[in-house]
Design a protein. Structure first.
Length: 234
């Protein structure tokens, strides 16, 4: 079984699909959690407190980290294998194949951008919240002031009051949108669900899920930027 998952192209794609599905479910949960910050800082901070340095949150964080590493590692393996399999054909003039999206041909590049955005996000939030609690602290310095490790609403407010953070995060979300438009339907295709009937439906579902995720995350960034720069307190 281990050989199949590592040595077979189908096995690698299966690992990519399973890990990708789990990550998409987490992204949907994370997006829903962030939307709570728009309507109630207290509700969002309560969620942050539940997901602090508690044992179940730490287990979940370790599991997510493992999924990201596995997903990205197998993406690299598949890319290298495809590169080697093409051989001299990779030097030929590239033609646009019908039905092949730009995202599907640039998944690794998009994945690198998504990974870079994730590292930025971890430095802005995880390092100032859960990591602080793990190390035994209760506050972290943000913008010259001390913010409680569980005050995620204040951290969001400060982070997205800076225009450059807004731009970086929107670029990240755009790359994630492109990555998911191909990745979501691809994982169903790997599972054997894609046929002449379901192929267009799965493409539509992928577009819908990706757009919901993009709009949900982008809404938080834009709303907090507008609040910070328009003097709104609501």
């Amino acid at each position: 079984m281990n050989c199949f998952l590592y040595n077979s192209s189908v096995g690698k794609k299966l690992v990519m699909s399973i890990s990708g599905c789990a990550l998409v479910l987490f992204i949907l949960f994370h997006m829903s959690m962030n939307l709570a910050a728009i309507f109630s800082a207290e509700a969002y901070n309560m969620i942050c407190e539940l997901l602090g340095a508690n044992w179940y949150a730490l287990v979940g964080t370790a599991g997510l980290a493992a999924l990201v590493v596995v997903h990205f590692a197998y993406a690299l393996l598949l890319t290298i294998n495809n590169y080697r399999a093409r051989g001299k054909q990779r030097y030929a003039v590239e033609t646009k194949e019908p039905g092949v999206s730009w995202a599907s041909k640039n998944m690794l590049v998009l994945g690198v951008i998504v990974l870079g955005g994730l590292l930025l996000h971890l430095s802005h939030f995880w390092a100032k919240m859960q990591l602080v609690e793990i190390l035994g602290g209760h506050e972290s310095e943000v913008g010259g002031q001390m913010i409680a490790a569980t005050d995620g609403a204040a951290l969001i407010q400060y982070t997205f009051s800076q225009w450059y953070n807004v731009v970086l995060y929107l670029v990240w979300f755009a790359a994630l949108w492109f990555h998911l438009t191909h990745g979501v339907w691809s994982m169903f295709q790997t599972a054997g669900w894609a046929n002449d009937t379901w192929y267009p439906r799965l493409k539509c579902i992928a577009q819908l899920v990706s757009t919901i995720i993009f709009l949900g995350f982008a809404a938080v960034v834009v709303v907090f930027f507008v609040k910070a720069n328009c003097g709104c307190c609501c």
